[in-house]
Ligand binder design. Structure first.
Ligand code: ARG
Ligand code: ZN
Length: 852
């Protein structure tokens, strides 16, 4: 069954108030719901309440048991005569048997909920759609010893003891909200408490709830929360609106975290950190996700989405907000580089593959499949482009207008753009194509120089995507600047070109020297730039551009050109890259974190995206050859960079992180050079490290090789962290990403390891997800990587369809490969589609991957 955007119609019944009563128990939980329903408009439609997986034990209308209800599929249909009624239902559910982790489920000893997008219907009967906003009163009762802590949305109202060792608690959320923001948690949890005083002087009680043993790992998340609350006041004028804000960490979670009103629930990997168990990457991700979920309180909760086609309204905007927050916490340039790297790694392939969809999709079979890089990260780029076009002051005026106009309502992407237009005093009519047209625009650029007069030529092309054969030109905000080829001095100020036609020429007059073009600076538009700039110009920009992102980008382009030539033609001229990297490494004025990013080669998958046919073995060989040459030619500089970061006690701040990052990138190049002492060097780092960043980097180096230290390090790591599931995930992941030839069989063996389980999404992703991202191992020419993934997905689909569907996309890239690999991948997709009782989640992903 397909849901279409054009079929939206407003709800026929509203539910202004709801009271829920949970008699909690892991095996069977009773849920009584009391809904005040009101008819909206003149119609005689019955009340339709969505349900999934339960049956009504009782239905009462205005206090009287009725039996004229019926089931339509899983929906409960109740005929009602008047315009206002009280409808009560009762159901029984089994949290312990809920392996999908949607609705009310057990994670370890705790009970918790996940309702976005359509999980609430697995808890009780209700109009489970985001445009029905209700005020919730929630009563929970449970065994007091097993579930001493009972949390729900909003404010605690009352609590007390019950006979038989049980107790109860009642919570009330004064803000009307859709079902997807409902949450409750019951368990034996410890709390790290803090307070935040808002700009208007209200004191908010903050709590981070975890297993008692994890309490020492919660300070970083609490600090990040306070920083995010202050940032949203300062930058967006958004203040928190309840007296309590709780976060709970659970081990079993389908994605990162969830912004339930006043009660965020997190995957524990985005809360728990200490230097011994979490990397710098983990610390940064924790701060970003804590901020993201907090920011949703305004962009998502106070203003929510009318329907799920509008998902990017809250997700794209909130990602943009968390990216800006993180940029303000450290190096904005490095953050931008990381975000663009992520966009290219996950969104560009989506946009050019069978699962491509617009930022505002037109249809879906299963909405869970649309929590994608396109909705989130491309969506964030759309907001960023509008912010660029408006400028900071007007953008702030536009977001103020949006928040005030739509507060308390369920809005659309169109509402947001209209506010941008109105407060920004700009016409965004053609910009709206970004919401409806899928595919990454390709822009070819060239500049010709006529003695003091230069012409910049731009042409754009948006490739066809499934269901969208013909595209219109899009509005592309391109930041452009010209530099003098001899002096390196700017010839023009930076200029924002709004390129919105098929092709255009721009003339620059009075140039004193030959211009070198810096374009799409800061990645001002999420497009692919095709330029014919020669290696000399790219090397020049990598050394002289005054926009750090553009410097990085020039270096990437130089590396990419070199690697594509090497892959396609077998021609390997590494000199330009070696010189440019030497230059960057030797520039003491540069931030170390920036240097670390700038000297990293493009990933194998990104190189593959540039080719007509992906040849994973040739790409790997070309990339390793360049790594080896860089490692050898610049051996002294890598050693210096390695030593610069050596022996410093751990600290978590931008400078210390930068040194660690560069040091570990250097370790990788030293390994690539084939240095004789690499195994003892990496093993020494592994053993002496006082932090996980250095320890895991050393382990990664050892795992890629063939030394005695490899097995030793894996054993030590395993034994040391055997009781920490998040670190054990790293143990699986590091091996699944290994570049060794035997990785496919090693991964198959790990899937049979006693610590491997498909029931925990983090563990499943750490092995299966990482393996799917390992270009060479996954694409082994005998097809066993494909078969392994398909086997795992079929098994996982029976436990947790949502997580299975998320791991399918690597198989959908078949069109990009040679006929042999393509045939093998297709065969696995066909095998998946033929599985009896396949979930609609996996069916949608697999069938679209075959067609698209
Ligand atoms: N809204 C959550 C966030 O902060 C994610 C929810 C994901 N839901 C899903 N069904 N995949 O991004
Ligand atoms: Zn979100």
């Amino acid at each position: 069954h397909v849901t279409r955007r054009e079929d939206y119609s407003p709800p026929e019944w509203l539910v202004p108030e709801v009271a829920l009563d949970f008699d909690l128990d892991a095996e069977r939980t009773r849920v009584k719901a009391r809904l005040e329903v009101t008819r909206r408009g003149a119609h005689d439609a019955p009340l339709r309440l969505n349900g999934a997986g339960q049956a009504p034990l009782a239905v009462l209308v205005d206090g009287v048991a009725v039996n004229d209800w019926r089931l339509d599929g899983e929906d409960l249909i109740i005929p009602l005569a008047g315009g206002r009624h009280v409808v009560e239902t009762e159901v029984e559910i089994a949290p312990e048997r809920n392996t999908q982790l949607m609705g009310l489920y057990a994670s370890g000893e705790n009970l918790c909920t996940q309702c976005e997008a359509e999980g609430f219907r697995r808890i009780t009967y209700f109009p489970d759609r985001p445009d029905v906003l209700a005020r919730y009163r929630v009563r929970m009762s449970a065994d007091k010893a097993r579930f001493p802590v009972l949390l729900a949305n909003g404010d605690p109202v009352a609590s007390g003891d019950l006979p038989g060792g049980r107790h109860w608690a009642e919570w009330h959320d004064p803000f009307p909200k859709p079902t997807y923001l409902f949450a409750l948690v019951a368990g034996d949890l410890a709390v790290n408490r803090g307070t935040f005083v808002t700009q208007s002087g209200r004191e908010v009680a903050l709590g981070i709830w975890v297993r008692r043993a994890d309490l020492p790992r919660t300070d970083h998340a609490l600090d990040a929360l306070k920083a995010a609350m202050a940032w949203d006041e300062r930058v967006y004028g958004r203040e928190y609106d309840l007296d309590v804000f709780n976060i709970v960490a659970v081990d079993d979670f389908n994605f990162g975290a969830m912004e339930n009103k006043g009660l965020n629930i997190f995957n524990s990997r985005y809360i728990l950190a200490d230097p011994d168990t979490a990397t710098d990457y983990d610390y940064d991700a924790i701060a970003a996700v804590v901020a993201h979920e907090y920011f949703h309180n305004w962009s998502g909760n106070r203003v929510t989405c009318r329907d799920w086609f509008q998902l990017s309204l809250k997700e794209g905007f909130t990602v943009y907000r968390d990216q800006s927050f993180s940029a303000d916490q450290g190096s904005a340039a490095v953050k931008r580089i990381e975000d663009v790297r992520g966009l290219r790694a996950s969104q560009f392939p989506e946009d050019s593959g069978p699962l491509a969809h617009p930022v505002r999709p037109e249809s879906y079979i299963e909405i869970s499949n649309f929590y994608t890089a396109t909705i989130y990260n491309k969506g964030a780029e759309l907001i960023r482009m509008m912010a660029t076009i408006l400028g900071p002051a007007k953008f702030r005026a536009a977001t103020d207008l949006y928040f005030s106009r739509f507060d308390g309502t369920a809005a659309t992407c169109e509402d947001f753009v209209a506010c941008m237009e109105e407060a920004g005093e700009v016409d965004l009519s053609r910009f709206r194509l970004w919401y409806s047209q899928a595919g990454t625009p390709r822009v070819s650029v060239s500049i010709s120089d006529n003695g003091g007069r230069a012409t910049l030529r731009l042409a754009q092309h948006v490739p066809p995507t499934p269901g969208q054969p013909d595209k219109q030109p899009m509005v592309l905000p391109l930041k452009v600047k010209l530099f003098g080829a001899e002096t390196g001095r700017p010839l023009t100020p930076e200029r924002l070109v709004l390129f919105d036609t098929l092709s255009e020429s721009i003339t620059f007059e009075g140039l004193a020297e030959r211009p070198v073009m810096s374009i799409n600076r800061g990645f001002s538009a999420p497009v692919i730039i095709e330029s014919d700039r020669p290696a000399t110009d790219l090397a020049f920009l990598s050394a002289h551009d005054d926009d750090p992102f553009a410097r990085y980008e020039a270096m990437q382009q130089l590396m990419l050109d070199t690697l594509v030539a090497a892959t396609v033609e077998g021609r390997a001229d590494h000199r330009a890259v070696i010189d440019a990297v030497a230059n960057t490494l030797g520039d003491a004025t540069l931030d170390r974190a920036f240097v670390a990013e700038a000297v990293l080669l493009p990933s194998e998958s990104f190189i593959g995206d540039q080719l007509v046919t992906v040849d994973p073995d040739a790409i790997f060989a070309a990339r390793e050859a360049l790594r080896r040459d860089l490692g050898t030619a610049l051996a002294a500089q890598w050693r210096a960079a390695y030593d610069e970061g050596d022996g410093r006690p751990y600290a978590y701040n931008p400078a210390a992180k930068g040194l660690r990052r560069l040091r570990n990138v250097a370790l990788g190049y030293i390994a690539a050079s084939g240095a004789a002492d690499i195994a003892p060097l990496a093993f020494r780092q592994f053993e002496r490290a006082d932090n996980m960043t250095d320890r895991q980097a050393a382990l990664t180096t050892l795992v890629n090789g063939d030394w005695d230290e490899r097995a030793a390090a894996l054993d030590i790591f395993y034994n040391r962290y055997a009781d920490n599931p998040l670190v054990l995930d790293k143990w699986f992941q590091t091996q699944a990403l290994s570049t060794r030839d035997d990785t496919p069989s090693a991964v198959a063996a790990l899937a049979a390891h006693p610590d491997f389980t498909l029931a925990n999404p983090n563990r499943a992703r750490s092995l299966i997800g990482a393996f799917g991202a390992n270009q060479r191992a996954f694409n082994a020419i005998d097809g066993r990587g494909y078969r392994f993934l398909a086997d795992q997905l079929i098994a996982l689909d029976r436990i947790n369809p949502q997580t299975a569907a998320k791991l399918l996309p690597p198989l959908g890239r078949w069109r990009r490969f040679d006929t042999r690999r393509a045939g093998l991948m297709r065969a696995e997709l066909e095998r998946i589609v033929a599985v009896p009782e396949l979930s609609k989640d996996l069916f949608e992903q697999a069938s679209k991957s075959l067609e698209g």
